[in-house]
Write a protein that binds this ligand. Structure first.
Ligand SMILES: *Cc1c(COP(=O)(O)O)cnc(C)c1O
Length: 376
């Protein structure tokens, strides 16, 4: 937490305005919309709920197809399944690890041939870096299909000087405990379409029609953020830029320390924007280093350091195997390679230099040891 969260929360207590909604919710929505340069914002109970609302607003129904990045967390996909939709998974490119425009184009061409066009495309901004939105938006516009930007991990990042999450019809952010700023749990839907946002507020408060009595003509959800959590969010928003800088510094120190290691590559930063470096991710080529990511992760665990593989792609998940998948090229599934070679390092904004040095020492030591073993 920063310096101001408690003040906003105490304000909610002082006015006895704990829930539902209240001044902090309105304030958080306005402040986030201003920060991102979005027309408006709706504070919700999670990023997952925000994706669900975006799909509802676009009108996804049973049997509708939705194209979605395969290299992501399951929350990008679950809301498609809530509506009975059919996800179609799109591979990553090497430059950004995000949705490959080549694979997307291929998926659209096939969809047109079989007469089964998607109703929406969900583009994920992985580990805090924007996807290359211009070509993706151009393809989707050509086919008349709206785009939802899953910016759960990329709040504070930019794409061509615009805030990540504001490049398409809808954007969503997450304030889950693991994200760059947090309300303990929460999310936000942003858009320039204020009418759509008003509808999202309606659906997210049980779709209660205008009437003195409780009148309902549509299915609704209980998805709004409480005034307490929004207070935390207002305070967190004030430290967001510091957090981005801190995480970028963490990344830079790792990158510098691993510069000379053969077979090790940091997640690239595409030239079109500035990542928030939510997580520092890198790849290790086992053929060069003699070490696989699970082996390195277990070395780190032995030193009481937690690290994780890169997200397991959605097209490899047992839950989702029956759905179509489009790879970047016939020779390569980029997301499969990134999953096999990728590792996410401790990246918290409060990580001290000593702690980071400890991580670096274990990694450099493990790689040197593996290299000696390969040489023998
Ligand atoms: C965290 C995350 C979400 C979901 O956000 P919640 O607030 O946890 O529901 C969605 N997409 C991605 C890519 C995420 O990392």
């Amino acid at each position: 937490m920063g310096m101001h969260e408690r003040d906003y929360v105490e304000d909610a207590f002082r006015t006895n305005w704990i829930a539902p909604l209240g001044a902090n919710v309105d304030g958080f929505e306005q402040e986030l919309a201003d920060y991102a340069g979005a027309g408006g914002a709706v504070a919700l109970s999670s990023g997952t709920a925000a994706i669900h609302m975006a799909l509802r607003l676009i009108g996804i129904e049973r049997g509708d197809r939705v194209f979605v990045s395969t290299l992501t967390f399951i929350a990008s996909v679950n809301p498609i399944l809530y509506e009975g939709g059919e996800p179609v998974f799109i591979d990553s490119d090497r430059d950004s690890w995000n949705m490959s425009a080549t694979a997307l184009e291929q998926a659209f061409e096939d969809a047109q041939l079989i007469g089964r066009m998607p109703k929406a495309v969900i583009v994920v901004n992985l580990y805090g870096q924007s996807a290359d939105m211009d070509p993706i938006n151009e393809i989707c516009a050509r086919y008349g299909v709206p785009v939802i930007e899953d910016a759960a991990e990329s709040l504070g990042a930019t794409y061509k000087n615009k805030a990540s999450g504001t490049l398409s019809r809808f954007g969503i952010y997450s304030f889950n405990g693991n994200k760059i700023i947090t309300t303990s749990g929460g999310g936000m839907l942003v858009s320039d379409d204020l009418e759509a946002l008003a509808k999202a507020r309606f659906y997210a408060t049980q779709a209660r029609d205008q009437a003195l009595h409780y009148e309902h003509t549509q299915v609704g959800f209980n998805y709004r953020m409480s005034n307490i959590l929004a207070g935390i969010g207002r305070g967190q928003l004030r430290v967001l830029d510091d957090r981005v800088n801190a995480r970028r510094e963490v990344f830079e120190r790792y990158a510098k320390a691993f510069e000379s290691l053969e077979g090790v590559a940091m997640m690239p930063e595409a030239s079109y924007g500035r990542a928030n470096r939510w997580l520092t991710a890198m790849t290790i080529d086992k053929h060069v280093t003699g070490l696989t990511p699970p082996e390195l992760i277990s070395r780190l665990n032995e030193a009481n350091i937690e690290a994780r593989p890169v997200w397991k792609p959605m097209h490899l998940q047992p839950l989702l195997r029956q759905y179509a998948y489009y790879r970047h090229s016939s020779e390569e599934s980029v997301s499969d390679s990134l999953f096999e070679e990728g590792i996410c390092l401790p990246s918290g904004s409060s990580l001290t230099q000593d702690e980071q040095d400890r991580v670096i020492d274990v990694i450099v030591g493990s790689l040197q040891q593996a290299k000696r073993a390969v040489a023998q």
